[in-house]
Design a protein around this ligand. Structure first.
Ligand code: ADP
Ligand code: MG
Length: 356
């Protein structure tokens, strides 16, 4: 990646000298000969580094430095002041103006190259870190918005549609009472209709529950995970042992929904792929993490198969991404014929800091 370096110096020869020093480096050098031009160019190109001369007519380097620092868009750009002044007081002025480093003129070629290289590397790291942090926050917002929408949908399915169908069943029942006793056929058809409608109600409840488990909001994470494990076990006839510490701290929505979705996916995977006959789910707190473990005694899988298979649910990769987004870690241990252990670790410090 080419780094852009803005060189601010009124002396064209100084620019030529720097060009020769940086020859062969992956830098694009841009020249500005005075303060106003420097500010304009910097805003336009967003340099990765500014090399700034001090002694210039009209606006000196310190003043340019101050102005750059007070321009929000440019406030974070690293600035090295290149100066013939080698005294302590001008360095102090430079620091106050917001410079990151000083290099005395005439610069030692090797030293200048190394310092520029170092500062660019550090800055790239910082930029990456900030970008990653922003991305994480944005993804957090997206997940929250998605869960809000799911909560609304789930409530509408469960309450509106559910109530309407229950009213429907009640009408069918009262209709049944009006049928003459001897009309067996009609009674039987109504019975079937009622049974079908009840089945639809149950399916709808299951859908509402899968979209957004209301229990997560009312009874908390631990109960929601335990109930899900039990219902999964009933549905699949696969024995699931659920264990948890007595004291599970209350975590914010984004953490609990992440763990809930991981449990859903992990148990679905156990059912679909593992051929296990026993599953263990454990929710514990070690000194710094809230930990959810899903273990099975099935066939296991080699690490490559994780990438190979397309995902229909959130999948292994999705689980990993969700954990990373909330600052946690997902560990997968699987060995063929010894089963699989998925463990999700959420740092509690992080949760305390970012708790809504
Ligand atoms: N508990 C498990 N036991 C055995 N194999 C598993 C287990 N969990 C995941 N796998 C393997 O990892 C693959 C990837 O899983 P996943 O990303 O969830 O995709 P999908 O379930 O859609 O295949 C699965 O296809 C399966 O081969
Ligand atoms: Mg899967």
């Amino acid at each position: 990646m080419t780094s852009k370096i803005l060189i601010v110096d009124d002396d064209p020869l100084a620019f030529i000298a720097l060009e020769s020093i940086f020859e062969g480096q992956p830098y694009q050098l841009i020249h500005a000969q005075n303060g106003p031009a420097a500010l304009e160019k910097a805003t336009e190109i967003m340099p990765d580094l500014i090399l700034l001369d001090v002694m210039m007519p009209d606006m000196d380097g310190f003043e340019i430095c101050r102005r750059i620092r007070s321009t929000p868009k440019l406030a974070e750009v690293p600035i090295i002041i290149l100066t013939a002044l080698d005294d302590r007081s001008s360095r102090l002025i430079g620091i106050e103006a917001g410079a990151d480093d000083f290099i005395s003129k005439p610069a030692d070629r090797q030293e200048l190259r190394l310092r520029v290289h170092t500062i660019l590397r550090l800055n790239r790291y910082r930029t990456l870190h900030t970008q990653r942090e922003n991305l994480r926050q944005m993804a957090g917002h997206v997940i929250r918005a998605q869960e809000d929408e799911r909560r609304r949908l789930s409530r509408e399915i469960h309450d509106d549609l559910g109530q309407a169908l229950i009213a429907h069943v009640l009408s069918l029942r009262s209709l049944q009472l009006e049928i003459p006793l001897q009309n067996e056929l009609l009674k039987k058809r109504l019975d079937d209709l009622i049974a079908d409608t009840n089945e639809t109600i149950n399916k709808m409840r299951q859908i509402a529950q899968d979209i957004r488990p209301a229990m997560l909001d009312t009874l908390g994470l631990c109960t929601a995970l335990k109930t899900y494990s039990r219902e999964f076990s009933l549905r699949t006839s696969l024995p699931v042992v659920f264990e948890s510490d007595l004291e599970i701290p209350e975590v914010s929505d984004i953490y609990s929904i992440t763990l809930y979705r991981i449990l859903q996916e992990a148990l679905t995977n156990v059912y679909k792929h593992s051929m296990a006959n026993q599953v263990w789910v454990e929710l514990t707190v070690d000194e710094r993490n809230l930990v959810l473990i899903i273990q099975d005694n099935g066939v296991g899988f080699p690490p490559e198969s994780r990438q190979k298979f397309p995902n229909d649910g959130i999948g292994m990769i999705g689980m990993q991404e969700r954990m990373t987004l909330v600052g946690g870690q997902l560990l997968i241990k699987s060995s063929q014929s010894k089963g699989t252990i998925i463990s999700a670790h959420l740092p509690l410090d992080e949760y305390l800091q970012t708790r809504e």
